[in-house]
Design a protein around this ligand. Structure first.
Ligand code: 3H9
Length: 695
C-alpha cells in the first residue's frame, strides 16, 4: 500500500528543495501522491533554509493525471485543489520540472506552480475529454489564461498532447532545459528566478486574454459549429466549452465553481463511466493470459503481402509507415502496378494535407517492392495473405507458401470469415498460421483482429500482436468461428435489420435509428458504401433477397450511384422509391402485413441481438474478455465510445431488461434465434456482462 512517505520525498540542493514523486507506473495523483506533495510543500515553506521549490517525478513521466481508478469514488486526504492552493499561495517560488507527459491533473498541478520547465521531449495536455470528462482542478480556467480562448478550446476538446517546444512558444512552459538534465536545469532555473527577484507568477491572476475575449460569443458559436460532426453524441466537449465561456465571463473563483459543477455532472454520468472503462479495456486487450508479455516473438525485418488490391495495399502501408520493407505480390503486372500507384496516391494525398513531406512519401514508396513471384517471399519473416475470400484459393496459396517461405516465419491470413484451422491444414507447419484480420481501409482503421487457430503457436500470436502495436493498431485476439468477433456480431445485427425490412421498416428507418444511437451509419448505408455485390455472384443470383434483386438491377451501392438508396453526383443519399417497391413486393410475396415498427423496437432488436451474440462469443471462449468485444466494435465498426461498446452498453441498460425484451420479441428475432445461457444467468444473478473474463 503506497503511503505519502513512500511516494514523495524532499531533498535539498543548497537553498532549493526538490520534491520527488515516485509512484509507478505514471505518478498518477492518488491519495498518497496528493498528500505527499501537500505535506512536502508545506514542509518546504516552513523551512527557513529553503528559498524555492522544484516539483518533479521519477520514472517514465511527470504526473499523468488523477488516478483514474479513484475517480468518482469518495475522496480521502487533501483534494487536488488544496494541494494546488498550497503551491500557488506559497511565498516561495514553486517550479514544475516536467519530463514524459504532464497530463490532466498533472498539468493542472504544474499550472498551479509559479513556473514550468521541461525537457525537449516532454508533452503537455488536458486529455480528460477522452475520458468523458473535463479538467476538474482548474485546468479549464488556467489554460485559456495562458494560451487564449481558441487554442484552449482546441486542446480541451481534442485532448491533444502538445510537444514542449510548442508549449514554450505558447507560454505554457517558461524554459526548456537539456534532455537528461531536468533536475540540474530546474534547480539552475530556480536560482535564476531568485537572483533576478522575479515575481511569483500566478496563472489565476493573468486576465488579459480573458478580457480580450469578453463580449465575443461568436468565438464559441463558430467553434461549436465547425466541430458539430466530431462532437456528435458526446457530452464532454460541450461541457469543456462552457467552462471556457465561464473563464472568459466570470471572475476566477466563480469560473472554478462552474468547472466543479460541470465536472460533477460528467463524472456521475454514464458517458464518462463508459469512456473510463474503455481506457482500461484498450490496455487490457493486449494481455493474453497464456501468452505472457515476455513470450519470444519472431523478429520481423521484412514482410510479404499477397494481393495488391485495396486490402493488401492498405496493409502494406502500415508496415512501410514504420520503416519495415514489404514485398507485394500480385498475379498480374497491371494489377501490381495499379496497386502500387494507389498506394502512392494515398501517400501523396496525405502529403497534400501537410501530414507527410514528399521526401517521406518517397522513403515509404522505396520500402515497397512489387513482384509477380511468390518465390520472392522466401526470406520474409511475416507473410500476410490478402487474396480472394475463397477457401480453395487460400489453401493453395498457403500450400505454396509452405514450400517457399523460410522456416520460423509467421504465415498470416487476412480472411474476414473463413476457418483459419482449415487454412492451416494446407501447410506442414500449422503452428505458424495465424489470422490477421484488418478492416478496410487497412491503413486507416485502427482495429486488427488476431485470430488464433487450434495449433497456432504462442510465438505467432505474440508476433502478430506486436506487429499490431508497432503499426499503431489496436489488436484483439479472437478464436476461430464464422466471422470471428466483429463480423459474427455484425451478422447477428444484419439478420434483425433484414428481418425488419420484411415486417415494414424501410432501410432508412433502420439506418436512422442506429445513426441516432451514435453509429457512423446504419447497416444499409454501410452496405451501399462497401458495395452490395461483395460475395454476390450473377451466375447464382436467384432474386431471392432484396439485395440480390438490387444487384441484379445493377444497383450495387454508392459506386454505381444506387443501392438501397439513390445517390446524387455528390454521393448524397436519398430514400429510393425503387428499393421501397422491391421491399413491398417481397413483403407481399411473404404474405406479411406491413406494421409500424417503433424506433425503440428497431434499436432493441438490432443492439440486443448484438449483445446476445457477444455473450455467446464469450461463452464459447472465442473472446478472452467482454471488454475485448467492446474494443472490436468501437474500433472496427464505430460503436460510440461514450456507450462503452455493446457489452458495457448492455450493463447500462440492465441485463434483466435485455433478456426480457429478447423474450418478448420471441419468434420475430428469427426461427433459430436463441438467448445466450450466459446472458440469462448473469441477468438472473444480477451480475455485469462487461466484467466477464475467460482465463
Ligand atoms: C484527470 O486528471 C482528472 C482531473 O482533471 C480531475 C481532478 C479532480 N490513472 O498507457 P500505459 C496505467 S483524469 C490510473 O500503458 P504508456 C495504465 O492503465 C486523467 N492508471 O503507458 C497502465 O496500467 P497497466 C487524465 C493509469 O507509457 C499503466 O498505467 N490523464 C493512469 O503507453 C501504463 O499506462 C490521462 O487521461 C491514470 N491516470 O502511456 C492520462 N494512466 O500497466 C492517461 C495510466 O496495469 N494516461 N495508467 O495496464 C495516458 O495517457 C498514458 O498512460 C501515458 C503513458 C501517456 C501517461
Amino acid at each position: 500500500m503506497a503511503t505519502p512517505e513512500s511516494v514523495a520525498s524532499m531533498s535539498l540542493d543548497g537553498e532549493i528543495a526538490v520534491i520527488m514523486i515516485d509512484s509507478p507506473p505514471v505518478n498518477a495523483l492518488s491519495q498518497a501522491v496528493r498528500t505527499g506533495i501537500y505535506d512536502n510543500v508545506r514542509k518546504a515553506i516552513d523551512d527557513p533554509a529553503v528559498k524555492a521549490v522544484v516539483l518533479m517525478c521519477a520514472g517514465r513521466t511527470f504526473i499523468a493525471g488523477a488516478d483514474i481508478t479513484e475517480l468518482g469514488k469518495p475522496r480521502q486526504g487533501p483534494g487536488l485543489t488544496e494541494t494546488q492552493d498550497a503551491m500557488e499561495n506559497s511565498p516561495k517560488p514553486v517550479i514544475a520540472a516536467i519530463h514524459g507527459t504532464a497530463l490532466g491533473g498533472g498539468l493542472e498541478t504544474a499550472l498551479a506552480c509559479h513556473y514550468r520547465v521541461a525537457v525537449p521531449s516532454a508533452k503537455c495536455g488536458l486529455p480528460e475529454v477522452k475520458l468523458g470528462l473535463l479538467p476538474g482542478a482548474g485546468g479549464t480556467q488556467r489554460l485559456p489564461r495562458i494560451v487564449g480562448v481558441e487554442k484552449a478550446l482546441e486542446l480541451l476538446t481534442s485532448g491533444e498532447h502538445v510537444p514542449a517546444p510548442t508549449c514554450l512558444e505558447w507560454g505554457l512552459l517558461d524554459e526548456i532545459v537539456p534532455e537528461g538534465q531536468l533536475r540540474e536545469g530546474a534547480v539552475a532555473f530556480a536560482r535564476r528566478i531568485l537572483a533576478e527577484k522575479r515575481p511569483l507568477k500566478r496563472v489565476r491572476d493573468m486576465d488579459e486574454k480573458m478580457i480580450a475575449a469578453r463580449g465575443k460569443p461568436e468565438l464559441f458559436e463558430s467553434f461549436r459549429k465547425a466541430n458539430a460532426r466530431k462532437f456528435r453524441g458526446f457530452l464532454a466537449p460541450e461541457h469543456n466549452i462552457r467552462c471556457v465561456e465561464a473563464a472568459v465571463n466570470l471572475p476566477f473563483d466563480e469560473g472554478i465553481e462552474a468547472e466543479r459543477r460541470l465536472f460533477g455532472e460528467l463524472i456521475s454520468g454514464t458517458q464518462s463511466a463508459a469512456q473510463r472503462y474503455v481506457f482500461f479495456a484498450e490496455r487490457e486487450v493486449w494481455k493474453i493470459p497464456d501468452v505472457p508479455a515476455d513470450t519470444p516473438v519472431v523478429p520481423v525485418k521484412k514482410v510479404g503481402i499477397i494481393g495488391a488490391g485495396t486490402m493488401g495495399g492498405g496493409i502494406a502501408m502500415n508496415f512501410a509507415n514504420v520503416g519495415i520493407p514489404v514485398t507485394l505480390v500480385e498475379a498480374k503486372q497491371d494489377a501490381l502496378e495499379r496497386g502500387l500507384s494507389v498506394i502512392r496516391k494515398n501517400y501523396e494525398n496525405t502529403a497534400k494535407r501537410g501530414r507527410l513531406t514528399m521526401e517521406q512519401v518517397e522513403q515509404r514508396m522505396g520500402l515497397l517492392t512489387g513482384s509477380m513471384a511468390l518465390e520472392s517471399l522466401a526470406d520474409c519473416d511475416l507473410v500476410i495473405e490478402a487474396v480472394f475470400e475463397n477457401m480453395d484459393v487460400k489453401k493453395e496459396v498457403f500450400a505454396r507458401l509452405d514450400r517457399i517461405v523460410k522456416q520460423g516465419a509467421v504465415l498470416a491470413t487476412n480472411t474476414s470469415a473463413l476457418d483459419v484451422n482449415e487454412i492451416a491444414t494446407a501447410v506442414a507447419r500449422p503452428d505458424a498460421v495465424v489470422g490477421m484480420h484488418y478492416f478496410s481501409p487497412a491503413n486507416v482503421m485502427r482495429l486488427l483482429e488476431v485470430v488464433r487457430g487450434d495449433k497456432t503457436s504462442k510465438a505467432a500470436i505474440a508476433t502478430a500482436m506486436q506487429m499490431g502495436k508497432k503499426t499503431g493498431k489496436i489488436a484483439a485476439l479472437s478464436g476461430v468461428c464464422p466471422g470471428f468477433i466483429g463480423n459474427r456480431i455484425l451478422a447477428a445485427r444484419t439478420r434483425q435489420a433484414q428481418a425488419m425490412l420484411l415486417e415494414g421498416a424501410m432501410p432508412w428507418d433502420i439506418d436512422k435509428v442506429l445513426y441516432d444511437f451514435g453509429l457512423p451509419m446504419g447497416p444499409f448505408a454501410m452496405s451501399d458504401l462497401a458495395g452490395l455485390d461483395i460475395g454476390w455472384f450473377k451466375e447464382t443470383s436467384k432474386s431471392s433477397t432484396v439485395r440480390e434483386v438490387l444487384c441484379e438491377m445493377d444497383r450495387r451501392g454508392q459506386k454505381t450511384g444506387a443501392g438501397y438508396y439513390d445517390y446524387d453526383e455528390k454521393r448524397n443519399a436519398k430514400p429510393s422509391p425503387v428499393t421501397e417497391k422491391i421491399v413491398r413486393d417481397f413483403m407481399a410475396k411473404a404474405g406479411n402485413q406491413p406494421r409500424t415498427i417503433t424506433e425503440q423496437e428497431i434499436l432493441e432488436r438490432c443492439v440486443y441481438a448484438m449483445i446476445n451474440e457477444g455473450a455467446k462469443i464469450l461463452e464459447e471462449k472465442i473472446a478472452i474478455r467482454a471488454s475485448d468485444i467492446d474494443i472490436v466494435w468501437i474500433n472496427g465498426y464505430g460503436f460510440p465510445v461514450y456507450r462503452g461498446g455493446p457489452m458495457f452498453y448492455a450493463d447500462t441498460v440492465g441485463l434483466k431488461t435485455v433478456v426480457e425484451k429478447l423474450r418478448e420479441y420471441g419468434p420475430r428475432m428469427g426461427a433459430d434465434f436463441t438467448i445466450s445461457p450466459l446472458l440469462e444467468r448473469l441477468a438472473a444473478e444480477g451480475k455485469r456482462l462487461s466484467e466477464v473474463k475467460n482465463g
